[in-house]
Design a protein around this ligand. Sequence first.
Ligand code: MG
Length: 268
Amino acid sequence: MKIIRYQDPRGTIHHAALQPDGSALRLEGDLYADLRPTGERAEVARLLAPLVPSSILCIGLNYRRHAAESGLKPPEVPVLFVKGVNTLQHPNEPILLPTHLRSDEVDYECELAVVIGKACKNVTRDRALDHVLGYTCANDVSARDWQLKKGGGQWCRGKFFDTFAPLGPCLVTTDEIPDPNALRIRTLLNGEAVQDWSTDDMIFDVPALIEFLSGSTTLLPGTVILTGTPHGVGMAQKPEPRWLRAGDTVSIEIERIGTLTNPVREEA
Ligand code: MG
């Protein structure tokens, strides 16, 4: 099932199941427990990110060629950092370039996002996918100046600005994606493919990440795991880096999931 979250014309928030013809049928119940079909057409006035994350865990340098383009050795254990829930952004709504705490080096990163459906801890890799509700597209928007030069050695400042975690357009349940490490993943910047690779290039695959992240650590339902980005980020473009500018449009596209598109604007 492809699940969307939306506001109807009265502003009430619902989930719905996307249909092959592009329409959607409203669901009722709890996303993590018992979503049930109502048979009623969804009146989508505003598409929202498919969930409100309980936390956003992110893995850095998890694709071989991206680690190489960053001039770094592939990590021996997964590199964990976090984004706040303030960073969530909906499909079609703007990524805001920070102007108050200014950044001049804002970058895109297409990522497969894993959504945990059942609370879990100390999961082994062979059971890891049992705890996954589904997958969506994410853009791990990154202010490289704050991430790498002015962040005191921590990446979080550059990853934590409002709107820096667009998610969507839908959450695809695991029955439709038996192998999350066999998906084409792309970023289109103003229609041009700037990242185009496969999730099979991950250094630590999705089961390995869940095993690692759940070690002595509870993953709550609604935990979103951003699994890293392939090569082709703006920072590594030649001859010059290509930073996001107001007026750009960024789309993250993952096979079997769909396309997450956001315009880029300056923070007011
Ligand atoms: Mg990333």
